[in-house]
Ligand binder design. Structure first.
Ligand SMILES: NC(=O)c1ccc[n+]([C@@H]2O[C@H](COP(=O)([O-])OP(=O)(O)OC[C@H]3O[C@@H](n4cnc5c(N)ncnc54)[C@H](OP(=O)(O)O)[C@@H]3O)[C@@H](O)[C@H]2O)c1
Length: 191
């Protein structure tokens, strides 16, 4: 199993959300996320899962992390509830860690021993939507860890004010076929 974290954060302050919302709307960023995760199994916190349109994303399985053992998913054939993250350690399929902040931190900070093998780090360089109300959610601890413990293995891909780079954990084996598929999915947006 290869674990891949995929996020888009705001330059400098590492904000990924305001309240339940992503504070920018960049169509090419959503499309890149879709290409990278299509056909894969996502891990999402309950707040992020609730923010998906109709609580779903087509052509993807979703593991929804919640402490609520009675939580009902929208599509029981493709989505399932995980109340104890340790249960994902023995998961066979690759996992695409898709937020929000509490889930990135849960995987990245190492306590659960589930650190991602690969990070797709997209950085939005524009302005945050000033109309959104709510507190800012940032992933600075994850970026600090990425900067220390991961190395960049791709060039910088720039599109619509978003710079995307791919990183792997220093010293660890990385499944090259997964890495190649991810890079191809990013580069498909350049055509
Ligand atoms: N820019 C991006 O790339 C991106 C991507 C995804 C999300 N976001 C943004 O991130 C924000 C949401 O982040 P968030 O941190 O507030 O919420 P979240 O991580 O999406 O979900 C939090 C919920 O996950 C569950 N959870 C957390 N830790 C758990 C654990 N150890 N075991 C089981 N369940 C656990 C809890 O659900 P229960 O309360 O049900 O127990 C918790 O309330 C939003 O603004 C969203 O738009 C941004």
């Amino acid at each position: 199993m290869t674990k891949v974290a995929v996020w888009c954060r705001h330059k400098e302050d590492n904000v990924i959300g305001i309240g339940p919302h992503i504070p920018w709307r960049i169509s090419s960023d959503f499309k890149r996320f879709r290409r990278i995760t299509e056909g894969q199994c996502l891990v999402a916190g309950q707040t992020t899962y609730e923010s998906f349109p109709n609580r779903t994303l087509p052509n993807r399985k979703i593991a929804v992390l919640t402490f609520d053992t009675d939580y009902e998913v929208s599509d029981p054939e493709n989505h399932f509830v995980v109340c104890d993250v340790k249960l994902l350690k023995d998961f066979e399929e690759d996992l695409y860690i898709s937020g929000g902040a509490s889930i990135y931190k849960l995987f990245m900070t190492g306590g659960a021993k589930l650190m991602p093998d690969i990070i797709v780090d997209s950085m939005y360089t524009g302005e945050l939507n000033p109309e959104l109300k709510g507190s800012k959610v940032d992933i600075t601890p994850c970026i600090d860890i990425m900067n220390k413990q991961y190395r960049q293995v791709s060039k910088d891909y720039e599109q619509d004010g978003v710079v995307t780079t791919v990183h792997v954990k220093k010293g660890d084996f990385v499944e090259q076929s997964v890495l190649k598929r991810i890079i191809q999915a990013i580069e498909a947006g350049e055509e």
